[in-house]
Design a protein around this ligand. Structure first.
Ligand SMILES: [Cu+2]
Length: 108
């Protein structure tokens, strides 16, 4: 391969990397028996989070500004969009604050 082709390919790949990197993502958090996994996530503004219940009882992910409401076992919550940077703590309405998680939203 000629050097110019390698350089072109590198430019093309970095273009793809940066354009897709700027796109909003959907992050999945698992609801386990009495915990969230991962417990702490860091996302960017514009990203959304979906909780998937992989346990045998129902759970919610409820914060001050959002609430998935009850999510049945083997089901996913609706997607919650996070636009404002900040730290969002949440807990499960069924199991209380011992089942808690944190979402750090960073500006793009
Ligand atoms: Cu729970």
């Amino acid at each position: 391969m000629k050097l110019s082709k390698v350089v072109n390919a590198a430019i093309f790949l970095s273009f793809i990397f940066f354009t897709t990197g700027a796109q909003a993502k959907q992050i999945e958090v698992q609801m386990k028996s009495i915990s969230y996994s991962p417990k702490l996530i860091a996302i960017h503004s514009g990203d959304s989070v979906v909780w998937k219940n992989v346990s045998y009882s129902e759970h919610s992910a409820s914060g001050e500004t959002f609430d998935t409401s009850s999510v049945e076992p083997k089901h996913k919550s609706k997607a919650i969009l996070f636009e404002k940077p900040g730290t969002y703590t949440y807990h499960c309405k069924v199991h209380g604050t011992t089942m808690n998680g944190t979402i750090k939203v960073e500006s793009k």
